[in-house]
Design a protein around this ligand. Sequence first.
Ligand code: AFP
Length: 330
Amino acid sequence: MPQSHVVTISRFLVDQQRLHPEATGAFTSLLHDIALAAKLISREVTQAGLVDILGATEEENVHGEAVQKLDLYANQVMIRALDHTGLVACMASEESEGLIPIPDKFDAGDYVVIFDPLDGSSNIDVNVSIGTIFSIHRKRSEGDRGVLEDCLQPGRDQVAAGYIVYGSSTMLVYTSGAGVHGFTLDPSIGEFLLSHPLMRIPEPPKKVYSINEAYYARWSRAQQRLVTHLKTEADFGSRYIGSLVADIHRTLLQGGLFMYPADTKSPDGKLRLLYEAAPMAMIMDQAGGRASDGHRDIMSIEPESLHERTPLYVGSHEFVELAEKFLAEG
Ligand code: AFP
């Protein structure tokens, strides 16, 4: 059916900016730069099967995981899209151990951008959806350039967060605190078009839990009881892709409960607070859902280090609360 009007992401961002007469346009430009990076990464991801770019490099990232070539490419694209704009104070990435400073030859700005350039990269070779996740804070230190402390802010202080899912189509989903909006990339014109304005997690939600159940034996008794309850008494179905952005995107669109709990092998869980859990928490929060580490709101956690991990329970409000109830009972 023909659309009565088409709204590009650029148009949408400018319209949003107009709602804030005090806005300088810096934030709009920053999101625009991220959308450009997303298009470049999307192009490579969709061509990955065509060119000889697949397969792991010799390098490992700071977590000792094999880094694949597309991760390095995506990391470079994000850094290069943002480092010279004069909008960013500093950056941090899953692929870099420390802070990524803005080179001295460029001006620095007020925003701190933390990202996972290509999450779920072990899925690249099998053509499963992967994604980029980003979290934006305002610099709070006094100096001209950002410092580590600027990155170590709780999720509730994010000014924006979002992800791009490279799936059967490429979608950019973001919030800047005024609802969650989704844009689908039209590859024929190279534009993100508004396809999902004001996204809300459905109510009532689909009863679906999402967890890597192969780790059952490593879970706490409470975690085991929770999953047993969901499938035997609460009549839930199950879906697990193993690619966070894709699992969260489904949960946002259909409702449900995504879990990556602590276990005996990973006592703090696997997922990273600053560039996985916190941005997804802001999105879910804005869409009417919730995110918790099982005991407290993800948005309230004060980070201590850049690559810190956290257990994660995210999705429909009532299901996250149910998980917390089971975990509190021990
Ligand atoms: P990779 O980047 O190594 O594929 O890890 C993806 C991820 O960080 C996240 O996207 C998934 O939700 C989670 O790991 C899957 O972990 P398991 O393989 O342990 O289920």
